[in-house]
Design a protein around this ligand. Structure first.
Ligand SMILES: Nc1ncnc2c1ncn2[C@@H]1O[C@H](COP(=O)(O)OP(=O)(O)OP(=O)(O)O)[C@@H](O)[C@H]1O
Length: 318
């Protein structure tokens, strides 16, 4: 082959590779994170699989989340963004599930530049600055959805959010096609809160005391009571919120309090994730060390699976 024709052939190959690279977004997105306009069905399977495999004792959560997220992502004509409100006792998996949802959409999960987390006590600490926060929150969401319609916003510690602040995002959660030229219909909003935990526990206890298994609890047993209790709770961040009033929250997702056997499952996973073989004695001791309520029956872990990893550090000489 002559050097000139070889050079031309190489240049041609490079040009077509470059054209392919530019015109084939998937290839480009293989190397750089992209805002997903189109849903990847492989990642959808990951959501169900990860919830089934990693989340313990939350049959209602798995069911609702898979249905809600899958349905939303597959609906090219969604009329509003998806809004999920996760409620339950501390350490029962709310942050854990948000992470699984984020990972099912973006490979980098919570680290994705399209996933944004707000923590009430960190980002909105001062009641007197509420009007500034409202403006900041609106422009932050508007800016990010303009860049990527499939943005995910996670609001942690909703119960510590000043009443009224969250209502500033109401227009974005509503059924508008466009607001100032921006569509919010592909965005996902996830709210996390301890509000409503007592209601959920009450129901779980009721089932337990009546000799029924927790898996018998159905979503219809709790969803309405949960939204009403959150709406009427001054410390829920949703107190008299128009988001509830106007039915802009699509799902209230109840996280049940975790039992002794679930705590043991968490300990086992934590030990295995650190690459150690499971010592059943230590596993039982750690689960025994957690405190359980109510005082008489001692069924539910008062910290859920939180602090399990810290306790492991004590027993294992890592
Ligand atoms: N249901 C669960 N199944 C499996 N692991 C769990 C579950 N709940 C909690 N964990 C484990 O405990 C850790 C702490 O839980 P997580 O942060 O999700 O609790 P939370 O409900 O968000 O608590 P808080 O209300 O205090 O923010 C998780 O990272 C996970 O490892």
């Amino acid at each position: 082959v002559e050097p000139i024709s070889l050079g031309l052939a190489l240049a041609g190959a490079a040009a077509s590779a470059l054209t392919g690279f530019i015109s084939y977004p998937r290839l480009y997105c293989y190397f750089r994170e992209c805002c997903l306009q189109r849903h990847d069905p492989n990642r959808e399977g990951a959501l169900q699989e990860n919830l089934d495999r990693k989340l313990f004792g939350q049959h209602l959560v798995s069911k609702v989340i898979v249905k809600a997220v899958k349905g939303f992502l597959n609906n090219e004509n969604a009329k509003k963004p998806l809004a999920l409100s996760l409620h339950g006792w501390t350490g029962t998996g709310k942050n854990f599930v948000s992470k699984i949802i984020a990972e099912s959409i973006y490979k980098n999960g919570l680290k994705s530049k399209y996933v944004h987390q707000f923590v009430a006590t960190l980002h909105f600490p001062h009641a007197q600055d509420i009007n500034t926060y409202k403006d900041q929150l609106q422009s932050w969401i508007r800016g990010n959805v303009s860049i990527c319609p499939r943005s995910i916003f996670i609001f942690d510690e909703m119960d510590k959010m000043h009443a009224g602040l969250i209502d500033s995002i109401k227009p974005f959660l509503d059924y508008y096609e466009l607001l100032d030229g921006v569509s919010y219909r592909k965005a996902i909003f996830i709210f996390l809160s301890n509000a409503g935990a007592e209601k959920i526990t009450e129901l779980a206890l009721d089932f337990w005391r009546n000799g029924r298994t927790r898996e018998d609890i159905e979503l219809t047993d709790i969803q309405n009571a949960l939204s009403v209790s959150v709406f009427n709770n001054k410390n829920s961040g949703f107190w008299h919120s128009t988001l509830i009033d106007k039915n802009l929250i699509d799902y209230f997702v109840p996280f049940l309090p975790l039992e002794y056997k679930h705590v043991k499952m968490c300990v086992r996973v934590e030990i295995q994730s650190r690459g150690y073989s499971v010592d059943e004695d230590i596993l039982t001791r750690i689960a025994d060390e957690m405190t359980y309520f109510p005082r008489e029956e001692r069924i539910y872990s008062d910290k859920g699976c939180k602090t399990v990893d810290a306790k492991l550090d004590y027993y294992y000489d890592f």
